[in-house]
Design a binder for this molecule. Structure first.
Ligand code: ADP
Ligand code: MG
Ligand code: MG
Length: 883
C-alpha cells in the first residue's frame, strides 16, 4: 500500500476524485496542483493510515516513516529548503482533512519546523526579524494548545500582558524584541505545564502534530459530530503536510478567504475578506476586522478601508483568474483560502462552498443559464429541505424600524425573540416553548446546541465568514454578525449600543438580510415564490414522475397548497372540519346519541355544513382530484369532558346531564388509537357514511355547475383491515351516489378507495383491491401499528434508541424502509395484481420527507401528499428521485 501522496509544482499523485483516500482538502490540493495553480508543495498521508492506526493499537504502518521522509525531501527540493536547516529552514503546516469537512477535528498547526535556531535563519533569510519572531510566537502557541494540550488562554494572557505593558492594541504593533520576550515566556509556560521543554527537533514536532490529527478523529467532539451527521468512524481522516507561505511578511503580504459567488444571495460576484500582514485564521477569528477583496464589495459595504483590488492589484487580478478557472473546472461555486506572500499569490484550499437556500437556488439557476450545468443538474443541486429557509418570514417593509444596532447580514431571514446570552439559556427557553435570540460576542463549536435552539443569532464580533455566520447559514437561521457597536456584559446580563441598554429577556428582532437589529417585535411577511424559485420548480416539475398533492381541509390551507403547486388534495380529514363551535356540539350529539334516530337528527345538522365545506374545496381545486377521508375521529378528542360541556350537549339533545355522562363514560376507551374509530365507527353507524357521501356528491354537483370543471371525488375509507369492512361502507356510498343522481339528474364520477394503515390491510391488499379503486398509505398509523409504538408516547424512549444507535432515524420522520417499507411494497404489488393500474399514494407526514419520497419513487407510487408548506420540498424531492 502507498500511504503518502505528494503534490506541488504543477503535478500531483492524487486528484479530486480521490476524496475517500486523501480527504476533501488533500484531494483538492492535488487537483489544483494538477491544474498548474500556485499551490505550496506538500503531501497527504491517507485516511487508510488513520484506519490502520486505530486497528493497530495506535501505531503506524512500518513503511510510513520512510514515505514521509521521502515526501518531505521532495518538498525540500521544490522549495530549496530543509527541515532544521541553519540557513534555509523548511517550515510546514499540518492540516487535518476528512472526506467531508468536519468541525471537532484538530486545528491546523502553522509554522512547524521553527525552533531557537531556525527562527534566526528565518529572520536572516527574510530580512525581517519581526516576521520570524511573530511566526515562532504563533507556532509555540498553536502547537502548545493543539498538540501539547496547554490551555490557549494561558498563552493569550501572556500576549495581552505584554501588549498592555507596551501600550499596544494590535498584535501587529508588537516589535521583534517584544515578540522574542513573549517567546521566552511561552517556552517557560510549556515547560512548567509539561515538565519538559518545548520540542526543538522539527521531526519530533512533525510526528507530534501527525499523531494529534489522528488522535482528534476519536475525540468526543468529533464522535458527536459524526453521529449527528451519519459519518462512519471507518472513514478516518487524512493529514496534509504543506510548505508554509507567509501572509505575515509585512504590508505586501496578506491572507484571506473568498467565495466565487456570494454565499448569502448567490449573486455572481467574487466575494470575500482578507487581512494584510496576517496568517492563517486571523481572518475568521474576528480579532481584526477584515477588508473586502473587490472594490465593488467595498463600495457596497460603504467601507473606507482599501480593498485587495486596490492594495494588491496584480495578486488580485491573478486571484480573479484563478477563481474563474476553478469555478468552471468544478462547475460549482467555490470556497477558497489563499495567502499572498510579498505580492505572490498562493492557493491553500478550494471546495464547493456552503450557501444559503436562496443562494443555492440562484446559483443553480444562473449556472444553468450560463450553460455551466444542465437544467437537470440544477435541479439536483438544491437540497429540498433547504427550501424551508426560503419559506422563512422577512420583515414587513412597511414596518417601523426602531434600530438598536447594525451588524453584518450574515444569514438571511428575520427572527424575533427574547435576548439570552448563553447556549444553555437558549436551550432551556426552547424547551419551555419560548423564542429567543442568542446574543454573544462570538460563537464557537460549543454553541451549536444553543444556536439550534435559538430563533436567530447576533454577535458583536466576526465577519461574514466567522463561525456564527457559517454555522447559521448552514442551519438556515437568521444571523447578524460583527455588530461592533454592541457592548455585551455577560455578568450583568445586559447589552448596550448607541446609548441604549437592553436586559436579558427583552425582545429584539434581527434582520439577517440587512444586518439590522431592531428593538421589540416587528411585523413580518411571507416570502414570494416567484423568480428563481419558480424557474427551478418548473424544471423540477419537468423531471418529476410522481404527482404532489397536499393534505388540506380548510379553504385557507387549500389555497396555500395551490399557490405552492399542489396538484390536488391527497387527504382531507373530515373530522378536522368539525372541531369548531357549533359543529363540535352537533358531532357530540351524534356520537352520544343512543339511537339511530338521534344520530340522524344530529347528522342532518352537519350535512349542510359539510356540503358547504366541500363546495369550497372543490371550487378552489378546480377539477383537480380531491381525496376525502370519511370520519376518523379519535373519539376521546370529541367527547365532552367538563361538566359545562356535558350540560351544553345535554341541553342541545334534550336529555338529562347524568344520562349523558353515563353514555360518555360508556364510550370512553382504554386505548382510543386502537379503539372504536375509522371504518369501525362507520360499520356501527353507517348513517355517518351516508351523510358524508351525500354531502360530497351534492357538493360535487354544485361545484361542477359553478366552475364548469367536473370534480371526481375520491372517497377514502379509513382504517380498513378486512375487505368486508370496505364492502359494507362502499355499499352505502354507492347507494347514495344513485340517490343523489336521481334527485339532481347529474351523475357524478367518483372513486372509492381505502387508506392502508394496518399491517393486515397491506397483507390482504390483493382482496381489498377488488373493492378499492385506490390505496393511500397512511404511514403515520402504519408506522404505529407496524412497530406497535404509539407516536404520542414515543418521545420518551425513541430518543434513547437513537442515542444508543438502535435506530438511525425516527421512523415517524423518515420512513422505516425495512419494515413499514416492506409492507408498502407488498401492498402495492398485491394491489396491482388484482387491479392493474390501481392508483397508489401516500398521505402520512412522510409524504413531505425527502428520503421517504425517494422510497415512494422506488415503489412506483403515483403521488405523495404532504402539508401545504412542504409541497415545494416534495416537488423538488420527487424530481430528484426520478432524475
Ligand atoms: P480548516 O480546515 O479549519 O479550514 P486549514 O487546514 O484550511 O484549516 O487551515 C486554516 C488556515 O491556515 C488556512 O486557511 C490558511 O490560511 C492557513 N494555512 C494552512 N496551511 C498553510 C500553509 N501551508 N501556508 C500558509 N498558511 C496556511
Ligand atoms: Mg479551522
Ligand atoms: Mg481551510
Amino acid at each position: 500500500t502507498k500511504w503518502v501522496y505528494g503534490f506541488g509544482n504543477g503535478a500531483a499523485e492524487g486528484d479530486a476524485g480521490m476524496k475517500n483516500l486523501l480527504g476533501g482538502k488533500g484531494a483538492n490540493l492535488a487537483e489544483m496542483s494538477n491544474l498548474g495553480l500556485p499551490v505550496p508543495p506538500g503531501f497527504t498521508i491517507t485516511t487508510e493510515v488513520c484506519t490502520w492506526y486505530y486497528d493497530h493499537d495506535k501505531s503506524y504502518p512500518a513503511e510510513l516513516a520512510a514515505e514521509v521522509e521521502a515526501a518531505l525531501a521532495d518538498i525540500g527540493r521544490l522549495t530549496g529548503r530543509a527541515f532544521g536547516d541553519r540557513t534555509h529552514p523548511l517550515l510546514v503546516s499540518v492540516r487535518s482533512g476528512a472526506r467531508v469537512s468536519m468541525p471537532g477535528m484538530m486545528d491546523t498547526v502553522l509554522n512547524l519546523g521553527l525552533n531557537d535556531e531556525t527562527v534566526k535563519a528565518m529572520a536572516t533569510s527574510s530580512g525581517d526579524e519581526r516576521f520570524a519572531y511573530d511566526s515562532y510566537r504563533r507556532f509555540i502557541q498553536m502547537y502548545g494548545d493543539v498538540v501539547l494540550g496547554v490551555d490557549h488562554h494561558s498563552f493569550e494572557e501572556i500576549l495581552q500582558e505584554v501588549k498592555d505593558e507596551a501600550g499596544h492594541v494590535l498584535d501587529t504593533d508588537l516589535s521583534a524584541a517584544e515578540l522574542a520576550g513573549i517567546i521566552e515566556r511561552y517556552k517557560d509556560l510549556v515547560a512548567a505545564e509539561l515538565g519538559r521543554p518545548f520540542p526543538q527537533d522539527p521531526m519530533e514536532q512533525l510526528w507530534g502534530a501527525i499523531g494529534a490529527v489522528f488522535g482528534s478523529w476519536m475525540t468526543h467532539r468529533a464522535q458527536t459530530y459524526r453521529r449527528l451527521h451519519d459519518i462512519p468512524a471507518s472513514w478516518g481522516t487524512a493529514v496534509n503536510v504543506q510548505a508554509m507561505v507567509f501572509g505575515n511578511m509585512g504590508e505586501t503580504s496578506a491572507t484571506g478567504v473568498a467565495f466565487t459567488r456570494n454565499p448569502s444571495t448567490g449573486e455572481k460576484a467574487l466575494y470575500g475578506e482578507f487581512l494584510v500582514n496576517a496568517q492563517g485564521e486571523d481572518v475568521v477569528a474576528g480579532i481584526r476586522t477584515p477588508q473586502d477583496i473587490t472594490e465593488k464589495a467595498r463600495i457596497e459595504a460603504g467601507s473606507d478601508r482599501p480593498s485587495m483590488e486596490r492594495l494588491m492589484p496584480e495578486a488580485h487580478a491573478e486571484f480573479v483568474r484563478i477563481c474563474d478557472r476553478l469555478e468552471a473546472h468544478y462547475r460549482d461555486m467555490q470556497d477558497l483560502e489563499f495567502t499572498i506572500e510579498r505580492g505572490k499569490l498562493w492557493m491553500l484550499q478550494t471546495r464547493s462552498g456552503k450557501r444559503t437556500a436562496k443562494a443555492a437556488l440562484k446559483i443553480a439557476v444562473d449556472m444553468a443559464a450560463e450553460g455551466l450545468i444542465t437544467e437537470k443538474e440544477a435541479v439536483l443541486r438544491v437540497e429540498p429541505s433547504a427550501l424551508d429557509q426560503l419559506l422563512h418570514p422577512t420583515i414587513d417593509p412597511k414596518a417601523e424600524r426602531n434600530i438598536f444596532v447594525t451588524g453584518l447580514p450574515a444569514s438571511p431571514g428575520a427572527a424575533c425573540g427574547a435576548i439570552v446570552f448563553t447556549s444553555e439559556e437558549a436551550e432551556q427557553a426552547k424547551a419551555a416553548g419560548r423564542k429567543v435570540i442568542l446574543v454573544r460576542v462570538e460563537t464557537s463549536p460549543e454553541d451549536i446546541h444553543g444556536m439550534h435552539a435559538a430563533e436567530g443569532i447576533l454577535t458583536s464580533r466576526g465577519g461574514m465568514t466567522s463561525h456564527a455566520a457559517v454555522v447559521a447559514r448552514g442551519m438556515g437561521k437568521p444571523c447578524v454578525s460583527g455588530a461592533g457597536a454592541l457592548r455585551i456584559d455577560y455578568r450583568s446580563g445586559t447589552v448596550s449600543a448607541g446609548g441604549k441598554t437592553l436586559d436579558k429577556g427583552q425582545v429584539i428582532t434581527i434582520d439577517g438580510s440587512t444586518g439590522q437589529v431592531l428593538i421589540g417585535e416587528v411585523p413580518m411577511q411571507q416570502p414570494s415564490l416567484s423568480g428563481d424559485f419558480a424557474t427551478l420548480m418548473t424544471w423540477a416539475d419537468g423531471g418529476r414522475r410522481m404527482k404532489v398533492r397536499a393534505n388540506a381541509e380548510t379553504p385557507a390551507d387549500a389555497r396555500v397548497a395551490r399557490d405552492f403547486g399542489a396538484e390536488g388534495i391527497g387527504l382531507c380529514r373530515t373530522e378536522h372540519m368539525f372541531f369548531d363551535g357549533e359543529r363540535i356540539l352537533a358531532v357530540r350529539e351524534m356520537i352520544l346519541s343512543a339511537t339511530e334516530e338521534g344520530r340522524r337528527a344530529a347528522l342532518a345538522k352537519l350535512l349542510p355544513m359539510q356540503r358547504n365545506d366541500f363546495v369550497q374545496l372543490f371550487e378552489i381545486m378546480k377539477g383537480l382530484p380531491v381525496t376525502i377521508r370519511l370520519l376518523d375521529p379519535p373519539l376521546h378528542e370529541f367527547l365532552p369532558h367538563s361538566d359545562a360541556e356535558i350540560a351544553e350537549v345535554a341541553e342541545a339533545m334534550g336529555v338529562a346531564a347524568d344520562k349523558l355522562r353515563e353514555r360518555a363514560l360508556e364510550l370512553s376507551e382504554f386505548n382510543p388509537m386502537l379503539g372504536h374509530r375509522g371504518c369501525r365507527l362507520l360499520v356501527s353507524y353507517p348513517e355517518i357514511a351516508e351523510m358524508q357521501a351525500r354531502a360530497i356528491f351534492e357538493a360535487a354537483v354544485e361545484a361542477g355547475r359553478q366552475t364548469g370543471a367536473p370534480v371526481v371525488p375520491e372517497i377514502m375509507v379509513p382504517l380498513v383491515g378486512l375487505k368486508a369492512e370496505l364492502d359494507l361502507v362502499r355499499g352505502r356510498i354507492d347507494a347514495m351516489a344513485k340517490a343523489v343522481a336521481a334527485e339532481t339528474g347529474v351523475t357524478i364520477d367518483y372513486q372509492v378507495g381505502t387508506m392502508v394503515e394496518l399491517p393486515r390491510a397491506a397483507l390482504r391488499a390483493g382482496d381489498i383491491a377488488e373493492s378499492a379503486e385506490f390505496f393511500s398509505f397512511g404511514t403515520n398509523d402504519l408506522t404505529q401499528t407496524t412497530f406497535g409504538i404509539s407516536r404520542d408516547d414515543a418521545a420518551s424512549f425513541l430518543g434513547t434508541y437513537q442515542q444508543k444507535g438502535l435506530i438511525e432515524q425516527d421512523p415517524f420522520v423518515s420512513i422505516d424502509r425495512d419494515g413499514v417499507g416492506e409492507l408498502i411494497s407488498i401492498a402495492a404489488e398485491r394491489g396491482r395484481k388484482t387491479r392493474p393500474g390501481i392508483k397508489l399514494g401516500i398521505c402520512g407526514e412522510h409524504g413531505g420527507d425527502p428520503a421517504s419520497i425517494h422510497f415512494c419513487e422506488s415503489v412506483g407510487l403515483d403521488y405523495v401528499s404532504c402539508s401545504p408548506f412542504r409541497v415545494p420540498i416534495a416537488r423538488l424531492a420527487a424530481a430528484q428521485a426520478a432524475l
